[in-house]
Ligand binder design. Structure first.
Ligand code: MG
Length: 219
């Protein structure tokens, strides 16, 4: 069973991973998308979780695997229909995730109006850090995100640039899916998504949370 750690030593079994697409304007533009009227949601299975220390394995059925650094939130208390003002009651921690995306397969799926389960949900598609307790984060909407590949900066952004802020996301998501203890929410990526190849070394960092590193190999 996939699990994540809430620091210092609390283990959570991961149920579902709720993902938000197109939540930063600069990434929306680079993808040629229109501004969404409400949050765009998709799911990754728990088997996509890849904890720190593991290796990213590039699936052999894709030729274009992209990194997307994202702020991750850990659900601590099961609930539905959470009011925007009360989101902090239900979220226990904040962490770093990479929403690995098979861009070639996604492009094909978009063209044909097909689902994203393969391009976003394959084994290991969600490298993730341990989570810091939410009460140690001073302002969730003022965190700097940086992703480097082989020490070159590829993505830089700030959670202040989100189209839908965290409180809005929790209210919207919990009105559709019951959020269960151990579920993870990933909140969208800033611009700069780009391909990774075998041998690459990825470091993802969010201010106030920390950093994580992964090595990439071919499967
Ligand atoms: Mg994403």
């Amino acid at each position: 069973m996939a699990s994540v750690i809430l620091l210092p030593d609390q283990k959570f079994q991961v149920g579902k991973i709720v993902c938000v697409g197109i939540n930063y304007s600069d990434h929306m533009k680079e993808m040629g998308n229109e501004k969404p009227e409400k949050p765009v949601l998709f799911l990754k299975p728990s088997t996509s979780i890849l904890n720190e220390g593991a290796t990213i394995k590039l699936p052999n059925y894709s030729k274009e695997v992209h990194h997307e650094i994202e702020l991750a939130l850990l659900v601590g208390t099961t609930a539905r229909n959470i009011r925007r003002s009360e989101w902090k009651t239900y979220i226990s921690g904040a962490g770093i995730a990479i929403d690995l995306t098979l861009r070639d397969i996604q492009r094909e799926a978009r063209k044909k109006g097909l689902p994203w389960s393969v391009c976003k949900g394959f084994d290991g598609a969600c490298p993730i850090s341990s989570f810091k307790p939410l009460n140690t984060i001073s302002d969730i909407q003022k965190l700097a995100l940086t992703l480097q590949v082989n020490k070159q900066i590829r993505q830089q952004g700030n959670t202040s640039e989100m189209i839908f802020a965290v409180d809005h996301l929790i209210e919207y998501i919990s009105g559709i899916f019951t959020l269960e203890r151990g579920d993870v929410i990933i909140t969208g990526t800033p611009a700069g998504v780009s391909p990774v190849t075998s041998g690459d070394h990825i470091t993802a960092e969010i201010s106030g949370i920390g950093s994580m590193s992964f090595t990439v190999v071919s499967d």
